[in-house]
Design a protein around this ligand. Structure first.
Ligand code: AMP
Ligand code: MG
Length: 342
């Protein structure tokens, strides 16, 4: 199959993409978090094509994207009390809610659960595509299963060219890390996946929220499969250092017998085979938006190792840290902070 590259700004491109969605095809589309691989969420055959294109196992449920509150309500049963506050504070935006589903949402979308994950993206291209289709769009990240999520149309094509009908190019994704997945089916809401909306932000609205720790082994019984630690991973091994220039230099020096690439904060000084100028240390939003681009760029250079410093758990720094730990294949153990020493 020939994958069409449509430019979101071109006249008629959104309509053309919407026609593909309505006829059961796959369109990759930018959101404010990462590019999604979309299909009509109510069409079983179309949704199955997502799993085939990504080589994603059927036990991993999809997020359904909507362009209005009415569309969201058409997919869900009675919404819990916290919904209104969350909706008015964070939506549209990078927050995904897990709630009870209507029977119209097919099992293939939810991996047989009676809950569905719903999100109202803020990105204008995503909103226009969903509205023009007139359909809720099931969309996981537009990459191979467990690979680094895509934040540009080039990233999507690197993984899925020839496997999907079209990619709608809307430029780089502004946030660059995935949405926060919040489970509202329990008395105290649980964060199943950390993401662009932080736990602190949610606490301010909800009062109480629990962060579920990621688990590394097995699939069955997972509350949310995106929690597995081997996820978001480049092919090249990733080694982490503490988040200071001296510690990063020390780790890179220790490994200098190998071909090392570095995700390097701007202005830090280091010698290595390859350097990705990541952005200003402390500007966590900027670093988050370039994290996956950096990992993918370094991954294409046939290096032996990629080294990155770990941000503190402060605003989006915490999400970058969690994704880097997953990219490095490390389990996240509370209190363990000696990365890059062993
Ligand atoms: P992706 O869209 O590829 O970033 O992955 C979507 C993730 O959302 C899944 O891997 C799950 O972790 C989570 N998810 C989707 N639907 C549900 C659901 N019904 N219950 C719990 N988690 C879900
Ligand atoms: Mg994904």
């Amino acid at each position: 199959m020939q994958t069409l590259r449509l430019y979101a700004n071109d006249a008629g491109s959104i309509e053309q993409a919407a026609r593909i969605i309505r006829s059961g095809g796959l369109v990759a589309c930018p959101t404010e978090t990462v590019y999604g691989l979309g299909a009509n969420a109510l069409d079983v055959a179309a949704v199955q094509k997502i799993f085939a294109a990504k080589e994603r196992p059927l036990w991993d449920p999809l997020i359904v994207h909507v362009s209005s509150r009415e569309m969201l309500k058409s997919l869900t049963m009675q919404l819990p009390a916290q919904f209104e506050n969350l909706f008015s504070t964070f939506m549209p935006g990078p927050l995904t809610l897990v709630v009870s589903k209507q029977a119209t949402v097919p099992d293939v979308v939810t991996a047989g659960r009676n809950t569905v994950a719903v999100r109202f993206p803020a990105h204008p291209v995503a909103q226009r595509l969903i509205a023009a289709s007139g359909l809720p769009i099931a969309a996981p990240s537009a990459n191979w299963f467990q690979h680094v999520s895509p934040t540009t149309a080039e990233h999507v094509l690197a993984d899925l060219d020839g496997r999907i009908e079209a990619v709608l190019d809307g430029g780089p994704c502004p946030i660059g890390v995935e949405s926060t997945v919040l489970d509202l089916t329990v008395a105290v809401p649980r964060i199943l996946r950390q993401g662009a909306v932080t736990a602190e932000q949610l606490k301010q609205v909800l009062g109480d929220v629990v962060v579920i720790n990621p688990v590394s082994r097995g699939q069955k019984g997972l509350q949310s499969p995106g929690m597995m630690s081997r996820h978001y991973a480049p092919r090249t091994n990733v080694v982490l250092s503490q988040g200071r220039e001296t510690e990063l230099v020390e780790v890179v020096q220790k490994l200098s017998h190998q071909k090392v690439g570095v995700l390097l904060p701007s202005g830090w000084n280091i010698r290595a085979a390859a350097i990705f100028d990541w952005g200003r240390w402390g500007d966590w939003a900027a670093l988050a938006s370039r994290l996956y681009a950096g990992l993918r760029w370094l991954d294409d250079l046939e290096l032996e190792l990629v080294v990155a410093p770990l941000p503190p758990e402060e605003a989006l720094g915490g999400v970058i840290k969690e994704r880097l730990l997953k990219a490095s294949g490390r389990e996240i153990l509370p209190g363990r902070m000696d990365f890059g020493k062993g």
